[in-house]
Every structure is written in C-alpha cells, then in structure tokens.
Design a protein around this ligand. Sequence first.
Ligand SMILES: C[S@@+](CC[C@H](N)C(=O)[O-])C[C@H]1O[C@@H](n2cnc3c(N)ncnc32)[C@H](O)[C@@H]1O
Length: 279
Amino acid sequence: MDAAHFIRRALLGVTLVVAGCGIVPGHAAAAEFQPQVGQEGKDVIWVPTAQALVDKMLDMAKVTPKDYVIDLGSGDGRTVITAAKRGARAMGIEYNPDMVELSKRNAAKERVSDKATFVKADLFESDFSQATVITMFLLPDINLKLRPKILDMKPGTRIVSNSFDMGDWADDETAKITGGDCSYYCTAHLWIVQAKVEGMWRMPEGELELQQKYQLISGTLKSGGSSTQITNGRLHGDEISFTADGVQYTGRVNGNAMEGTVKSGAGNGKWSATLAAKP
Ligand SMILES: C[S@@+](CC[C@H](N)C(=O)[O-])C[C@H]1O[C@@H](n2cnc3c(N)ncnc32)[C@H](O)[C@@H]1O
C-alpha cells in the first residue's frame, strides 16, 4: 500500500471537524470555505498536522525570531502561524487557493499577518532556498524528489517532516508525541543540512581525502609519508568531527575552508584545511 493510500485508509471513518483541530475559524460565515480533512490536493491530500506535533516540530528545529520558516504545502496555515507566533518570519506555499485565503484569514485572526505570509504556488516550482527551517507533511516519494534541492540548502538549515522520511538520508532526531490532540501522524523527523566536504583538502601537515555520505564521512589523512584511515567521521550542519591516529579533530566548515581544534594525549592545538580538489 503506498503512503497516499495509507493516509486515505487512516482517514476512513474519521469525520474530523476542522474546527476541532487548532487554529481554524470556529464561526466562519456559511459562505466561507470550509476545508475537509482528506480533500484532494495537487500532489497530496490535506490532512492537518496536530497542533501538539506542530509545536514539537518547531521545538525540534529550535525556531527563534531569527528564523525564516517555510512550510511546503501549508494547508490551513497552522505551522506558519505557530512559527510567526514564536517571532519567526514564516511563509506557507500552498497550491489550493481556498486554503491560501483561509490561511490568510487565520493569520489575521491570530494577529500575525505581518510575519505569516502565504503564496498560492506549486512547491515543486517554488524557490525555498532562503529558508532556515523547512517544515513539511507530504509523502515519502515527494520528500525524495525534494531531497536534492534540500541537500543544496545552506549547511545548518533544519528540515522537519511529519511522519515521512528521506529514504537513505537518516534523520538526526526522531520524536513521537502521545496524547494531546494527536491521534495519528504523531512522529516528527529532523534533519540538519550538512556541509559538503567530499574531496581533497590540503592541511599544513599533509593531505586529507574525504568521502561523504550525508552526515557520515570517511577517508585518509596523509602526513609525513604515512597514511591513516579516519574514524568516527561526522557532520552536523557545518560542524565536522573525526579521529585520525588517536587524535580527535573538531571544527567548522566554511565553504572551501575548515578549521578547529585537535585533542590528543600530547595536548590540544589547532588545525585547518583548504579544499584543493572536489571529487
Ligand atoms: C498533508 S497536508 C499538510 C498541511 C500542513 N503542512 C500541515 O502540516 O498541517 C499537504 C498539503 O499540501 C498541499 N499540496 C499538495 N500538493 C502541493 C503542491 N504541489 N504544491 C503546493 N501545495 C501542495 C495540499 O493542498 C495540502 O494542503
């Protein structure tokens, strides 16, 4: 059964009245658009993220007023509005024009229209590269289609997905909530976009050749005629760490340069490297 099917099955018999779901109009005029859980969407039907999970997702992403949050497929706008209430600038990209107008009304009711904006657009044709946090509740195959664009975002960008994963890109954190208003789709995944470090790096004392698979790095450090395999190689956003010959390297990647501190039995010091060749 594919995930879209699964959502539909999960919704069978669920006559969830939208007014019970959080930031939605409770006294809409009769003529006002009323969204229905399970209604068709361009690539994904609309199922709202429970407010408790929205809160958790924004907690996991550590959203602050410095952030620019973009929700891909923003539904009734609840994630965008919640982020704006935390002081962040936030934008929802939503294909359904009725949902966009509903979101704008919801933002106005919550008095965050200055920070919470909505555009009627196809998420596949939208530029979301300026976001510092991406939130989404889409489908596994859509996440995979978006993955190359996401991996090209600035290192340190946080991605939070309701329920669906990113294939073989393992998440950095998973959280499941129980109770509250969440009875289904109560798991969130967080990824931190990592710096790209694959290639040959020159260090004052030698050469560092790195291979990378998402957060994991391997490779060799060549110095003074000897070659050592690196171990425990990891990236967390722009933070890099690895061990070579019993020496622990930690540091930060900044484009074609990285630098940090080394720790060994002999004491602490500094290290740096510059990119000499990409793979
Ligand atoms: C599962 S709902 C999630 C809504 C909201 N993000 C939330 O978590 O409550 C997916 C939303 O994506 C929208 N959508 C589907 N395909 C889209 C596309 N290609 N571009 C923009 N929005 C899309 C749907 O209309 C729906 O509102």
